[in-house]
Design a protein around this ligand. Sequence first.
Ligand code: CA
Length: 246
Amino acid sequence: MTLQQTIAEHLKYTGQKGLDISAALIDCDGVLYDSMKYHTQAWVKLMKKNGIKCTRDEFYEMEGMTGSEIIKMKFKTGAGKNITDDEAHALYGVKTRYFRELGEAPVMPGAVRVLEALKDADVDRILVTGSQQDTLLDRIEKDFPNLFGEVKVTGHDVRKGKPNPEPFLKGMAKAEKKPNQCIVIENAPLGVQAAHAAGCFTIGVTTGPIPEKDLYKAGADLVYKNMDELAAALPSLLVALSLVKA
Ligand code: CA
């Protein structure tokens, strides 16, 4: 499919007349940080300690859901236990400790280049993550100085995790942007699904074990192999998207 066809498909799906991109809603884990391998390892440890069978791949599939949602679902399906909000909160605290014990997740290669390309094109950068991992969130300003504005959405702001579009709808409301003004950068199928449902032009990056076809199936408009490839494509992509004005 050509880029023009891709844009046409997106406009048909959303009912938008055109695109006028001025903001990028950017996911954190697996996009800005190469942190998913640590998250999945911490999840497996938490489940094993609680006698719940699981594989690491499951947690790549569930990426984007809130910690509480993941805990409630796994304890229900894996042990037949109904977990209260307080219990989920406590268990998430344990998972967070395991995650921290694994050390600092590295910055994703190419992430700075992507943010700089957006900044050069006058596209606002807005963090949209379901993460409540404050250790990671606190690193954003240090690792990406002057590349993000004040507006951000974290796990502290949202009640419903991805694939619910709430995180992206909240990001757009906070930034006073409409869906046809936003691109989303996401690595997880549920995140892509949420962005697509929110009506944003959705860019997937395959930074983990999830194959490209799964991101397209979830509703991605375009998929890049990694953040470096996206950074290289962005200047011309942003021009092409802006040629289709509302
Ligand atoms: Ca992610």
